[in-house]
Design a binder for this molecule. Structure first.
Ligand code: N01
Length: 544
């Protein structure tokens, strides 16, 4: 794997680690591997769950699967690992991804440096000692030179504050905190709030089991068929023989997916050519629908052509015109919110046991002991499923009481929105690295690609510091200001900020500052910027 066979690092001297890593998902596992086996550092992962997997440990809701294609939703750092593992379907299902991450943890012997059931509650930079002092919910303390957050972007469940939930006599669940034993919907009347990527995956599976499913929709959402299917032996062989090429494509695109984006404008094509391109993309299925033309995400008129095509498809699928009208009452450009992909989502509304409630027209007023009351009606339910998303990107970080120089709280530093340099460092918070932090491409990219780049960059930076005997790194305030400005400019060059209720903007959480959080300039471009910063001796960071 290209790793030096260095002796394994001893446990931290006098209880002090070189690095503490928060989270044992895709990011934390790889960060541990790089620091421990590549640099020989004493690193420890603190993980709230009882197992590895992060997102895939918690999100066990019905129908949970990844929207990135399996062969690209993998670590690419190890040829052996790529050869060892075989995915079964075009899109990996949650249990399979969890098995994969467990396989990685076993294969690289990572578990011995992970503390499970350990939720970090606070982290304080001790300036006198130049150490991070970390405390857990159980009251344990740890200390380390570097603190690396690998907490994910979508790990803080957002359960809306609807009056009456406490009095509800039935069961309720948030999809991101799903019971490990599953939920039996047989014979139950189920209400699902939310029609994002999660809700669109869950609804068809719940509907197939429940007595009745009522979907409460606030914002009509676009979706394109996933066209999931078992992977053929030919495809598996091809993907195993072409790792380098697949990696090259993923590293060359804006979104880290293994497909290229058309160079053609939707507006240069004739209506017939456009229709034929969209039909082909619809048949192929998946996130690459967005790549049918180069300007779908940047030009409203081009976007309108895609939106109109999808609207027509939904109208064709959904038999009841009134339901079809609600499902297509879009208020934002296609893909300005993260576009879901689905397996028979719209078809689900043709089932006799499924109904759709438009809660924009008739808002949810309260939850009663018997169900959900909207302005117009009470819907009696046995189970409520909150597919209501997450306090994205900043939520997982601000849930920890992180304090930097002079006791500066991250919450205060980010009162007006996140302020980072490259999404990797925060002024006032020395020796803190945020894997896929706000201001990095993260959620706009196929996540493992974004994660590997961040982890490798952080590892390189720490290696650089060690070689030069440096013990402190901190993002400079000017560099962070310029970066935040650039993140805004990059977003404004796209249609993404036009979705006014999007979690990219923090708009799904009441009171959260409305700032476009991920970097929309593209993963390939971003990678170049990070490499350049490193080549210039970590320009924009102060090192000592
Ligand atoms: O969450 P969301 P998600 N009353 O925030 C609604 C990733 N992901 O869990 O649009 C009524 O997108 C809300 O309505 P509105 C992916 O990046 C990936 O679905 O705010 N409704 C919306 O419909 C994704 O984008 C995968 O008006 C309320 C829904 O709940 C991200 O995770 C799978 C409400 C929330 O949608 C988050 O997706 C799943 C209220 N009070 C997720 N509050 C794969 O790769 C919220 N809503 C497969």
């Amino acid at each position: 794997d290209g790793f030096a066979s260095q002796p394994k690092a001893a446990a931290g001297r006098s209880g002090v680690y070189d690095a503490l890593i928060v989270g044992a998902g895709f990011s934390g596992l790889y960060q541990l591997l790089r620091l421990r086996d590549r640099l020989g550092l004493a690193a420890l992962v603190l993980e709230a769950g009882d197992g590895v997997g992060g997102t895939w440990y918690w999100n066990r809701y019905p129908g949970a699967r990844c929207d990135s294609e399996s062969h690209s939703y993998s670590y690419y750092f190890s040829e052996e690992l790529l050869r060892d593992w075989e995915w079964s379907e075009r899109y990996p299902e949650q249990p399979e991804i969890l098995r994969y991450l467990n396989h990685v943890a076993d294969r690289f012997d990572l578990r011995r440096d992970i503390r499970f059931g350990t939720r970090v509650s606070a982290a304080r930079h001790d300036e006198a000692e130049n150490l991070w002092r970390v405390t857990t919910e159980a009251g344990e303390s740890f200390a380390a030179r570097f603190l690396i957050t690998a907490v994910g972007c979508l790990s803080t469940a957002n359960v809306p504050n609807i009056p009456g939930l406490d009095e509800f006599k039935g069961e309720w669940y948030h999809t991101g905190q799903w019971p490990h034993g599953g939920v039996d919907f047989t014979g139950k009347r189920v209400g699902q709030i939310g029609t994002g990527s999660t809700g669109i995956q869950a609804a068809p599976v719940i509907a197939a089991q429940a007595a009745h499913l009522t979907v409460f929709q606030r914002t009509a959402n676009y979706s394109v068929p996933a066209r999931n299917a078992p992977l053929s032996p030919d495809f598996l062989r091809w993907s195993k023989e072409n790792h380098a090429e697949i990696r090259r494509v993923m590293h060359s695109t804006t979104n880290g997916h293994p497909f290229t984006i058309s160079e053609r404008s939707a507006l240069d094509a004739t209506p017939e050519e456009r229709l034929s391109a969209y039909e082909a993309a619809w048949e192929k299925g998946g996130l690459q629908f967005r790549a049918a033309f180069r300007d779908i995400l940047t030009d409203k008129a081009a976007n309108d052509t895609a939106a109109e095509f999808i609207r027509a498809k939904i109208r064709e699928i959904v038999k009841d015109p009134e339901t079809a009208a609600k499902l297509t009452a879009f208020d934002h450009p296609f893909a300005a919110k993260r576009p879901p992909i689905d397996t028979e989502y719209f078809e689900t509304f043709n089932r006799p046991n499924v109904s759709l409630v438009d809660v924009r027209a008739s808002p949810i007023e309260r939850i009663t002991p018997r169900g959900i009351e909207t302005r117009d009606a009470e819907h009696e339910l046995d189970v409520i499923v909150f597919a209501t998303g997450f306090d994205a990107m900043t939520g997982p970080l601000l849930n920890i009481d992180i304090r930097g120089r002079g006791g500066l709280r991250l919450k205060d530093a980010w009162a007006a929105g996140p302020r980072t340099y490259l999404g990797l460092g925060v002024p006032g918070f020395p020796n803190l690295f945020t894997v896929t932090g706000p201001g990095s491409p993260s959620v706009l990219c196929n996540m493992p690609v974004a994660i590997e780049q961040h982890v490798e960059w952080i590892t390189g930076c720490i290696e650089h510091m060690r070689k030069r005997g440096l013990g402190l790194i901190e993002a400079e305030a000017d560099a962070a200001d310029r970066w935040v400005e650039h993140v805004n400019e990059a977003a404004d060059a796209t249609l993404l900020p036009q979705a006014s209720s999007s979690w990219y903007l923090g708009a799904n959480v009441p009171g959260k500052p409305r700032v476009f959080m991920p970097y929309a300039g593209g993963m390939a471009w971003y990678r170049g910027i990070c490499e350049d910063v490193a080549a210039k001796g970590y320009e924009g960071f102060a090192l000592a």
